[in-house]
Design a protein around this ligand. Structure first.
Ligand code: ZN
Length: 409
């Protein structure tokens, strides 16, 4: 990094991402974009003021709330040509057995370098944490987190089947995760019937609570058994108090509920302050498969309905060129370009922009919510020409400012 201590930029910014000084009134334009001048000094925004007729578009540096850096770019060696969930799991297992620290290092460095150039400021990465490749993956990613500190905030989640947290090894892993400042994760697969999943969830939540670790689950990533996992989670939460934040990643099968059931479930999720990460690309690729037929049903977390109930919902990119999804490149603008049509989110409305920006930052409990105001980090993505069509024509050229310094290619 090299650069200047002071700078300024005139561009157009989504209304919801600007905090005007008291007394400044700005009318809401039809395209939701305000012409602004941002000034910064020594890494911090010093003023945000309205101007006339700026060009281009500016966003805060963005956030990836759900990724898997340990297996990124492994598709070429471990492809999943059937595109099924079972095929992905099988290839993932084979890949996991061959992991070395060198491989995980190469993958995560490549991923973080891309994320940095594309304008990401934080990533939550799940890590396969059971089996031969677990120890080296944690070792590499905890040192990557240290190395990238100040550029990209990396949050690490221990991903295991939820029952693992009920074993002595799981207990040991929880201590290690807590010592590393990590997140307790887990996969709960449908149909999630009976007492066993509740017992496993109770144990997981108790461990997380004891260690003060946030929780992030792969839950209801399915085309059937609508909301079976979230229902079990809510049953457990009726009987215990949990103060650490709980995120439900995927929550795809909730979209198969009827509107009244979904509304009731959403209200209960909001009561327990559950958070949701919707993952349209991996879900779009893996779920709803019916042999060779084009899928007519596309399970995806019901973003708008859950937000209307008061649930914090973010959109994430999930897998990057691994057995679970052959595409992806840690580009938040490419994710918007693909996520906007899949989820029918309009980024010119606050409702459509928040899951890609402010709610993703809230979900990760980041220090900055991503709204430009004096004192905020001088961290931004600038698309110099055009507006929404250019932004949504992936991938647009951009300039990235991090800590008041322009990121060089
Ligand atoms: Zn995932």
């Amino acid at each position: 990094m090299s650069g200047q201590a002071a700078g300024s930029l005139r561009s157009r910014c989504p209304v919801s991402l600007v905090d005007w000084p008291a007394g400044v009134a700005a009318e809401r334009p039809a395209d939701g974009l305000l012409s602004v001048e941002l000034r910064w000094l020594e890494g911090r925004i010093t003023s945000v003021l309205p101007v006339a007729d700026a060009q281009g578009l500016v966003l805060p540096r963005l956030v990836e709330p759900h990724g898997h850096l340990d297996k990124a770019f492994s598709w070429s060696d471990f492809p999943n040509p059937t595109g099924t969930y079972a095929g992905a799991m099988d290839a993932n297992m084979r890949e996991h057995r061959t992991r070395t620290a060198e491989r995980v290092h190469e993958r995560s460095e490549r991923a973080l370098a891309l994320a940095w150039r594309h304008g990401l400021r934080a990533i939550r990465s799940h890590i396969d944490s059971l089996g031969p490749g677990a120890a080296c993956s944690w070792e590499v990613l905890t040192s990557a987190r240290q190395r990238w500190k100040g550029r990209i905030e990396l949050q690490l989640v221990a991903l295991v089947p939820i029952a693992h947290w009920s074993t002595p090894e799981g207990e040991h892993l929880a201590s290690q995760v807590a010592a590393a400042g990590g997140v307790i994760g887990g996969v709960i697969e449908p149909p999630c019937r009976g007492r066993a999943p509740r017992q496993a969830l109770r144990r997981l939540l108790a461990l997380a609570e004891r260690h003060g670790c946030p929780v992030d689950l792969h839950i209801d990533e399915a085309s059937e058994h609508p909301a079976a996992g979230v229902r079990q989670l809510l049953r457990v939460l009726r009987t215990m108090t949990v103060s650490v934040p709980i995120t439900c990643s995927h929550a795809s099968s909730l979209s198969l509920l009827n509107p009244a059931s979904l509304q009731r479930l959403g209200v209960r999720m909001a009561e327990h302050q559950l958070r949701v990460v919707a993952l349209p690309l991996t879900n779009g690729w893996l779920l709803g498969r019916r042999g060779q037929a084009t899928p007519l049903q596309r399970p995806l977390a019901p973003i708008r309905q859950l937000r209307d109930c008061g649930v914090c919902v973010a959109v994430g990119g999930d897998n990057v060129q691994d057995p679970w999804f052959p595409g992806g490149n840690l580009d938040p603008l490419a994710l918007m370009a693909m996520g906007v049509p899949l989820a029918q989110l309009a980024p010119w409305d606050d409702e459509g922009m928040a899951p890609f920006s402010t709610d993703a930052a809230r979900l990760l409990d980041l220090a900055w919510d991503g709204v430009f105001r004096p004192g905020a980090p001088a961290d931004l993505i600038h698309v110099p020409t055009g507006g929404w069509p250019e932004l949504l024509s992936a991938p647009p050229q951009r300039q990235v400012l991090a800590g008041g310094v322009w990121v060089q290619d």
